[in-house]
Design a protein around this ligand. Structure first.
Ligand code: MG
Length: 346
């Protein structure tokens, strides 16, 4: 008998409207996936769809239905199951990532070990996570910087016509290391003109300055030699890495883009083979989605896994960000449990 699939749409609310260069909001519909085996053991995963990559909670549900006949008998067939999913549905990374996480969770639970231990990783090597400040008014930005007091690194969303003002507001409020993400919101001229300003404000690196296909432009920004350039929207899966390696210094891995935990590990290996920096990012997610990505963070250089920290109604407890440091759970599989309805750990 194949694994049994159950799905549930969960609406996450962000503490503040979360706005980036291409817009935003405060309501995020994600899909909680549960796979049950013949013995009643359950594996959990979460799909965090992004319209930018053509997915919504509804497309996730439709894709999961399409993949249901291709579920394995148990969670030990990981390689073959994920290959089948990718063959049946080549895109739709968020939907496939939920199944991948649920299979890995079940796999770890059957073996009684946390996933990071099955991978042979040292949880102490997990990096600090940045905390993201979305595009907002100066007053709100100051408030968010104060709210982010526990986080030692900030990631600033840019790509507006007043980025210099945003940077000045942040710098007047804090001297923490900052990273910036333009989410493809600049032109070549604007990006190159801003580089000295970013440098002056102590920015560590710049993420996705230009549209994803403008690798020549991204390479030109990098050639200025002012700041390292990381690509996010330009790099979805491992096969994209040889193409972006000449244009950028690093990649930002997200499960919702690459569609599986195993593909995330392949991306890390491929990026390392190209001497690239590796960063892991997220969408607006609950702690279930964040924890799936957190398990491989001992292998990466930088993390931006604040998706659950930005939400006001996280239904799960898993990996935590403690003073910015990612702490991996010690329970078997993903090690995630449900928060009880009254908000206390359940
Ligand atoms: Mg990004």
């Amino acid at each position: 008998m194949p694994l049994h699939l159950a799905t549930e749409v969960v609406t996450l609310k962000t503490k503040h409207p979360f706005v980036i260069a291409r817009g935003g909001g405060d309501d995020y519909r994600v899909v909680w996936v549960r796979l049950t085996d013949a013995d009643g053991a359950e594996g959990w995963g979460e799909a965090d769809p992004s319209k930018y990559y053509g997915e919504t909670a509804d497309t996730v549900l439709a894709v999961l239905q399409k993949l249901e006949p291709h579920l394995p008998k148990d969670a030990f067939e990981l390689e073959a199951a994920e290959a089948r999913f990718a063959q049946v549905v080549p895109k739709n990374g968020a939907a496939r990532a939920a199944l991948s996480a649920a299979l890995h969770d079940l796999f770890g639970k059957r073996l009684g070990q946390p996933l990071w231990r099955l991978w042979g990783l040292d949880p102490a090597k997990a990096p600090y996570s940045s905390f993201t400040i979305g595009i907002d008014t100066a007053e709100q930005i100051r408030l968010k910087v104060a709210e982010a007091a526990a986080y030692p690194i900030l990631k600033i969303k840019l790509g507006t016509d007043h980025d210099e003002d945003i940077l000045r507001t942040i710098r007047d409020a804090t001297d923490k290391p900052i990273r910036v993400d333009a989410n493809a919101g600049w032109t070549r001229e604007r990006a190159i003109a801003l580089l000295p300003v970013l440098k002056e404000y102590g920015v560590e690196f710049v993420e996705q300055p230009l549209p994803p296909d403008d690798l020549e432009g991204i390479a030109a920004v990098r050639r200025r030699g002012v700041l390292p350039v990381v690509v996010d929207e330009s790099c979805l899966v491992a096969a994209d890495i040889p193409r972006v390696a000449a244009a950028a210094d690093g990649i930002n891995i997200k499960l919702a883009k690459c569609g599986s935990l195993r593909e995330a590990l392949r991306m890390i290996a491929t990026a390392r083979a190209h001497s690239m920096l590796v960063m892991v990012g997220c969408m607006i997610e609950s702690s279930l989605g964040i924890t799936a990505a957190a398990h491989f963070t001992p292998l990466v250089d930088a993390a931006d896994l604040d998706g659950a920290a930005l939400t006001a109604n996280d239904p799960f407890i898993g990996a935590t960000i403690d003073g910015g440091k990612i702490r991996l759970p010690t329970g078997p599989g993903l090690g995630v449990r449900r928060r009880s309805q009254d908000g206390r750990p359940g």
